[in-house]
Design a protein around this ligand. Structure first.
Ligand code: ADE
Ligand code: ZN
Length: 329
């Protein structure tokens, strides 16, 4: 039996592989600024979050039709199944598409049609999360959220992503109040590049259920103690943090210290087409780097299950499968 894995921090647009970028560009009669796959791949060197976001937004221009969104999502699900993923909560960035003139319905229907078949086709249960761009005004985010609610988009929650430094959670209080009123779960990126105080703001002002990344909490002992006491889920993405230079190298990553400190951390993949690996690769590399034993791997997997937006029966089923896996080690 494989250790059941739960993916909680994944941007579907960050799964767009170079080959699919070329395929979609050809299908949509678009000219790419790169002649070959090798030319495109040569761009995948990042100095920080913004340098990655520039390429990420530029590449997603090839996503034009509902079919494009569905194909990208199916490709991800197929790869995730191979990585042992049994449940995935997937973010998409609607504003990154509507700003280019793509109808909201095309992206929502494309992604959600692939997700609707996921359990049957890939054995992966899913949830869709609409993430909003924190480097854009809250008014635009609110308008898109209202549109999503009006069209009854099958979303389970909202998130907050894009350039973090200088774009604090406090700017999005109205968005999160509206989402909560609509019964949606609330998550936000915080403490990836931004300071520990953004994690506090996400908890106190946005009242989030989970923090994406959160690694910079380690600079603030009082905050760490609170996160431990409240067992706030932190969805950590080790390969992303290295590639975006939030940490120097993988051995410098705070994951082991976070785990030993009793934080509710789990391992995820963020934008796997850009950062050198899907969930299996993230887990394999931290296992190798930190020498995690089966017990520690089971704790990481259980933390993800505890932190997922699952019903109790499914949560118990995963926890039992993790316990059975551990017994077999
Ligand atoms: N959008 C896609 N990936 C992101 C990340 N790692 N941080 C912030 N916004 C993102
Ligand atoms: Zn992310």
């Amino acid at each position: 039996m494989q250790l059941p894995q739960v993916e909680l921090h994944l941007h579907i647009e960050g799964t767009l592989e170079p080959e699919l970028i070329f395929e979609l560009a050809a299908r949509n009669n678009m000219e790419l600024p790169y002649a070959t796959l090798a030319d495109l791949r040569a761009q995948y060197e990042f100095k920080d979050l913004q340098s990655f976001l520039d390429l990420y937004y530029s590449n997603m221009a090839v996503l034009q039709t509902e079919q494009d969104f569905a194909d990208m999502t199916r490709a991800y699900l197929s790869r995730a199944a191979a990585a042992g993923v049994r449940h995935a909560e997937i973010m998409m960035d609607p504003q990154a598409h509507t700003v280019r003139g793509v109808p909201l319905k095309a992206c929502v229907d494309g992604v959600s049609s692939a997700l609707a078949n996921s359990e049957e086709e890939f054995g992966i249960s899913t949830g869709l999360i609409a993430a909003f761009l924190r480097d854009q005004p809250v008014e635009g985010a609110l308008a898109v959220l209202e549109e999503l609610l009006a069209m009854k988009a099958p979303i389970i929650g909202i998130g907050l992503d894009s350039a973090e430094a200088g774009n604090p959670p406090r700017n999005f209080v109205a968005l999160y109040e509206r989402a909560r009123r609509a019964g949606l779960k609330c998550i936000a990126h915080a403490g990836e590049e931004g300071p520990p105080d953004y994690i506090r703001q996400a908890l106190d002002l946005l009242r989030v259920d989970r923090i994406d990344h959160g690694i910079r909490c380690m600079e603030d002992e009082e905050l760490v103690q609170r996160l431990v006491d409240e067992q706030v889920p932190l969805t950590v993405c080790p390969l992303s943090n290295v590639r975006l230079r939030a940490v120097g190298t993988l051995p410098d990553h705070p994951l082991l210290r976070m785990l030993e400190r009793g934080l509710n951390v789990s391992v995820h993949s963020d934008d796997p087409a850009y950062f050198g690996g899907y969930l299996d690769e993230n887990v394999a590399q931290v296992r190798e780097t930190f020498g995690f034993d089966a017990g520690q791997l089971a704790v990481l997997a259980s933390n993800a299950v505890r932190s997922a937006f699952l019903d109790d029966a499914r949560r118990r089923e995963f926890l039992a499968d993790i316990a059975a896996w551990l017994d077999g080690q």
